[in-house]
Design a protein around this ligand. Structure first.
Ligand SMILES: N[C@@H](CCC(=O)N[C@@H](CS)C(=O)NCC(=O)O)C(=O)O
Length: 208
């Protein structure tokens, strides 16, 4: 199994964490988005990360990859049993993949990618708006949803794996979640990050 893409991408982090929780072994090749590496482009026609290969089988998109893995390698189950809980899990995954990653990604892009990779000045208005206007209502919503260590069915699912990823980007950007303002969410994310399977790093990357 091979996963292409830097784990600085929340979608790559989701995929690698899911694989770790499944107890599967995968080679990690931290390609950048739009890499022209032919093996990567064979997996990811749009050039987005992650790309994925399991032998001759190739796939792109973190959600598609996780759904494939759950069917192919059912134990341990990372999807819940009931239709209701599956629906709720997919809701939280979508919530993360769309609005949460979009807002957190603005902070990470401006404060990390622009200065460190593109050698450009960050737009601090974008950062400020994301931190003060866009993210707080999303955190408020999650704070109301959390009633234990996991979001759905009292077990670790793709929902938790997906939701925690943008919080890693916020921390890397120097804006970790304010656990005083959102105590349940803070405890929930910290609990997940203590799992050894959630300690995802790019090969040769500096410790976070
Ligand atoms: N829905 C995709 C989104 C993947 C995605 O947008 N990855 C970003 C990096 S965080 C990317 O490769 N962007 C480059 C581009 O859009 O050209 C997934 O879940 O894998």
């Amino acid at each position: 199994m091979i996963v292409y893409g830097s784990s600085l991408s929340p979608f790559v982090r989701k995929t690698l964490t899911f694989i770790n929780e499944k107890g599967l072994a995968a080679e990690h090749k931290p390609e950048q988005p739009q890499s022209t590496l032919p093996e990567f482009r064979a997996c990811s026609p749009l050039g987005k990360i992650p790309g994925f290969a399991d032998g001759d089988y190739r796939l792109a998109d973190s959600s598609a990859i996780c759904h494939y893995l759950e069917r192919k390698y059912p134990a341990p189950a990372l999807f819940p049993a009931s239709a209701e809980d599956v629906g709720r899990m997919i809701w939280f995954e979508e919530f993360s993949d769309t609005v949460l990653i979009a807002a957190a990604g603005k902070v990470f892009f401006q404060l990390n990618v622009r200065p460190m990779v593109l050698k450009e000045q960050p737009d601090m208005e974008v950062v400020d708006r994301a931190l003060t206007k866009e993210l707080p209502p999303l955190f408020d919503y999650l704070e109301r949803q959390i009633a234990g260590p996991f979001l759905v069915a009292n077990q670790l699912t793709l929902a938790d794996i997906a939701i925690h990823c943008p919080f890693v980007n916020l921390k890397l950007a120097g804006h970790p979640l304010d656990a005083q303002r959102w105590p349940k969410l803070g405890g929930y994310v910290a609990g997940l990050l203590q799992r050894p399977t959630f300690k995802v790093r790019d090969p040769k990357a500096a410790p976070q």
